[in-house]
Design a protein around this ligand. Structure first.
Ligand code: ARG
Length: 453
């Protein structure tokens, strides 16, 4: 085993089992790029401040960039007994450029270094997630624009309630994903702050220019307290909280995709490329993407819980427990990216069966409220009209028919105030188009809404 950089005060080498247990290289190696970018910025600042020579800073920069190139080409692999990616890169650098490599860590601790790398990594990945989430929302907006008069039932208790349009239905998810985008943007802005200069916990005696490094790394500022700088993992909790709420939305939508693609509903037909078959039952076409998304939601909640529990009892400042934060947040990132790509493809390719949606909207007495409202306009109090409409529904069920198919004579048996204009009042189109209120399903309200986005 290679000699540890901190071996000075030790008499014995680390036990192999301890080294394996301690090492985060197998998972933190994914942050090699951020580690190198952070180190390049830090060393450039050390030279600018006269803490190391420009010559050493140049050597460090070249050495680090050659390491990055070799990792990317596959020439340099992570099969070492290094403790983590930070040690791995520094050891490799010193091997390549000699003593100058040993000057890189001046005025820096691994505690502020890991905090920086993880924030940079999280910001990069979260930005990618933000663009995928935007793509999903834009796809829904486009589909909504094409379905302003696609009627379907709206549900409460999963019972047909009142008619809406498919555009209006999608509008609910467009809103949810809009709030998710806000949450993600806030999480990114809180993560994008540099802790470098916090040192191990108490800052440093070197005259570092922290703001300059932050600026060079595209970060918006520096942390204000060195203890908090190394002990804070709130940015990971912010990201996992956003992710949990977002996955809850995606899971609700998945549940509806699963239902709507069933033979019982037949509102959706999933594209062949986005569904799977059964090894035994030849007729099956399964909504695996939606089911997996629903399933993986639990996994993201688990990551959030794991982060909360890992952090809750930790005294200030850095504790090794915090190494565990990485796998949880990496899993959040991987799960979201993994779900979003196929989910977007599924949404963009599935066929909407407008005929079946409309049939369902016509079938479940979804216009019974509008019939009651019609009678209110004739001067009867709503509580009474509710009862008359309910009795008419009961009559229709007993006679296996629907409200709009009743004759005027049949209507009049329940209220002689009902006239010929009832048919227009309870038509699907009227039920939807009369709901002009902001946030409602009418094509006017929905067009205004979609134009406001
Ligand atoms: N691999 C460690 C981590 O990610 C590095 C921090 C080590 N710091 C220390 N004081 N031992 O948490």
């Amino acid at each position: 085993m290679a000699k540890k950089m901190w071996a000075g005060r030790f008499e014995k080498a680390t036990d192999k089992a301890v080294n394996d247990y301690n090492s985060s290289l197998p998972f933190d190696c994914r942050m090699y790029k951020q580690d190198i970018e952070g180190s390049v910025a830090h060393s450039a600042m050390l030279a600018k401040q006269g803490i190391i020579s420009q010559e050493d800073a140049d050597k460090i920069r070249e050495g680090l960039l050659s390491i990055m190139a070799d990792i990317e080409s596959g020439k340099l692999t992570f099969d070492s007994d290094a403790e983590d990616i930070h040690m791995f890169i520094e050891e490799e650098l010193t091997e390549r450029i000699g003593d100058a490599g040993k000057r890189l860590h001046t005025g820096r601790s691994r505690n502020d270094q890991v905090a920086l790398d993880q924030r940079l990594y999280a910001v990069d990945e979260a930005t990618e997630i933000m663009s995928l989430l935007g793509e999903l929302r834009d796809a829904l907006i486009e589909i909504a624009k094409d379905n302003l008069d696609t009627y379907m039932p709206g549900y409460t208790h999963l019972q047909r309630a009142q008619p809406i349009t498919y555009a209006h239905y999608l509008g609910a998810y467009i809103e949810m994903f809009g709030r998710d985008l806000d949450r993600l943007e806030q999480a990114i802005s809180r993560a994008n702050i540099s802790p470098l200069g916090s040192g191990a916990l108490a800052g440093t005696t070197y005259p570092l220019d922290r703001e300059w490094v932050a600026d060079k790394l595209g970060m918006s500022g520096v942390t204000a307290n060195s203890l908090d700088g190394v002990a804070d993992r709130d940015w990971a909790l912010d990201l996992a909280s956003f992710a949990s709420i977002f996955m809850m939305h995606l899971s609700r939508m998945s549940e509806e995709i699963i239902l709507y693609a069933s033979q019982e509903f037949k509102f959706y037909e999933l594209d062949d490329a986005y569904s799977t078959g059964s090894s035994m039952m030849p007729q099956k076409k399964n909504p695996d993407v939606a089911e997996l998304t629903r399933g993986k939601t639990g996994r993201v909640y688990g990551d959030l819980m794991s982060l909360l529990v890992t952090m809750k009892g930790l005294p200030l400042t850095y504790n090794k427990d915090m190494q565990e934060v990485q796998e949880a947040i990496f899993d959040v990132i991987d799960t979201l990216k993994g779900a979003l790509v196929p989910f977007i493809g599924m949404i963009k390719t599935m066929t909407i069966r407008k005929d079946n949606m409309e049939k369902a909207a016509l079938g479940g007495f979804t216009n019974a409220t509008d019939l009651a409202d019609y009678l209110v306009r004739k001067g009867i109090p709503f509580r009474s009209t509710h009862e008359i409409s309910g009795k008419l529904v009961h009559y229709c069920i007993a006679n296996n028919t629907t409200l709009e198919k009743l004759s005027l004579e049949q209507f009049k048996q329940f209220s002689d105030l009902i006239e010929e204009d009832v048919y227009d009042a309870i038509s699907l189109k009227t039920c939807v188009e009369k709901r002009l209120v902001t946030g409602g399903p009418s094509s006017k309200a929905m067009t205004d809404y979609l134009n406001s986005l």
